[in-house]
Design a protein around this ligand. Structure first.
Ligand SMILES: NC(=O)c1ccc[n+]([C@@H]2O[C@H](COP(=O)([O-])OP(=O)(O)OC[C@H]3O[C@@H](n4cnc5c(N)ncnc54)[C@H](O)[C@@H]3O)[C@@H](O)[C@H]2O)c1
Ligand SMILES: [Fe+2]
Length: 385
């Protein structure tokens, strides 16, 4: 089967190898003629970013480049991008990269015409209604990792350096108008990033599937996403040029982010403070916590995980699924404990309070409290499942 498609769910997605060549058409479809291309400094040196700029130029779309975006982007990156966007009179953002560049680009487009400060739009209650919708510029997203699914999401994660917290900025209009999913862009991703980002996609599908809310649409997307990951993640890590595996991982990433409109849970709640305080990779950090959180949630999710295990072709038991997660982590080089991320117990008290306040904590199937977060951090350091 040819892994190509034009999808209109959850936004307009042009999926298929080589389709980054359609970037000019995508920019025009999103009504931009002077876009700012936002990426990170490492990717800015990659041939495909240079090619993307040439493709745009060839189509008469005058794009400028902004690449001052760090991994785990901070507010200063958004402010710098905003300055370039406003001074250059740009009329849209083309965000190219992993979750960091996509989120930074999306938030720059969102902030373009706002008068209130960034943190007024944190994803708390209905704060998103504070935004002036006409001040949000259109976005075209081009993912180069297969993990966060930010290319089909309505949020951006930005670190508040003042409080060392990862904050989610949300608005329905932050959904990219057009997304180009070109798996060829991911073939040069190193195995460690492929593994970490792929485990982020798995964490999204898994936490959405386990969330304690009624959302059969999300559940259906999540289980098929996990099947694609089971078939493809090890292959993508070990044979980077396997385009079929790369394509399935790119789909699974988009599916994870589509499904987590339902819920995320303790994996993300515990991971965000680690990312904010230790600047670790988001997906790799999630992957460390996954088995400890699964075991903690077992009383609430045992039946549904058994059903999931059957769908994935394992024995229909919780233990079969947990065993697969442990084997997968091992096979793709994810550390088993927090020590592998160079995280010790020095800040567990602070991290437990931060985890409990994280907006994803409320979606965990077993209610969390500070003591439970502390215990989970300790388990993840001691390797105790
Ligand atoms: N918006 C959302 O819904 C959402 C969901 C999950 C995570 N996030 C956020 O996304 C960020 C993590 O994104 P990520 O995991 O994609 O990593 P990333 O964007 O930080 O990229 C990691 C590294 O991989 C490099 N890279 C990217 N694509 C590459 C390629 N094709 N070839 C070689 N190198 C490549 C980057 O230059 C960078 O050095 C975190 O800030 C996280 O909080 C957002
Ligand atoms: Fe995530």
């Amino acid at each position: 089967m040819q892994l190509v498609g034009n999808w209109n769910y959850p936004t307009s997605v042009r999926f298929g190898a080589g389709r980054v060549a359609e970037l000019g058409a995508a920019a025009k479809a999103a009504a931009m003629s002077r876009p700012l291309l936002v990426t990170d400094p490492q990717l800015a040196r990659f041939a495909f970013v240079q090619r993307a700029l040439m493709v745009l130029q060839g189509e008469g779309v005058a794009a400028a480049l902004f690449c001052d975006v760090k991994s785990n982007p901070v507010a200063a990156n958004v402010e710098a991008g905003l300055k370039v966007l406003r001074e250059g009179g740009h009329d849209g953002v083309i965000a190219v990269g992993g979750g960091s560049a996509l989120d930074a680009g999306k938030v720059v487009a969102f902030m373009a015409g706002q008068t209130r400060p960034l943190w007024d739009f944190e994803d708390v209650g209905d704060w998103w209604t504070r935004a002036e919708p006409s001040g949000i510029l259109p976005i075209v997203a081009v993912p180069t990792t297969a993990g966060t699914g930010s290319e089909v999401g309505r949020a951006g994660v930005i670190t508040d350096e003042g409080t060392s917290t990862k904050k989610v900025i949300f608005h329905p209009k932050m959904m990219p108008t057009v997304t180009i999913c070109d798996p060829e862009l991911t073939v040069a991703m190193p195995p460690a990033i492929t593994a970490g980002t792929g485990m982020d996609a798995l964490a999204h599908c898994l936490e959405a599937f386990c969330g304690p809310f009624y959302h059969p649409l999300a559940d259906g997307i999540a289980v098929e996403g996990m099947r694609l990951i089971k078939e493809s993640l090890v292959r993508a890590c070990k044979q980077g040029r396997d385009l079929e595996a790369r394509a399935h991982m790119m789909s699974a990433a988009a599916m994870g982010a589509t499904a987590f409109q339902k819920a995320l849970g303790a994996i993300h709640a515990l991971s965000h403070p680690v990312g904010a305080l230790y600047d670790t990779h988001h997906g790799r950090t999630n992957a460390v916590f996954m088995p400890y959180v699964l075991a903690f949630n077992r009383p609430a999710i045992e039946d549904r995980i058994a059903r999931l295990a059957a769908y994935l072709g394992f024995a229909p038991t919780f233990d079969a699924f947990l065993t697969w997660v442990l084997e997968l982590r091992d096979e793709i080089g994810i550390p088993h404990t927090l020590a592998g991320l160079e995280v010790d117990d020095q800040q567990f008290g602070r991290m437990s309070r931060m985890a409990l306040k994280d907006p994803t904590a409320g979606g965990n199937p077993v209610p969390l409290d500070e003591a439970a977060c502390h215990r989970l951090y300790t388990n993840a350091l001691m390797g105790k499942i």
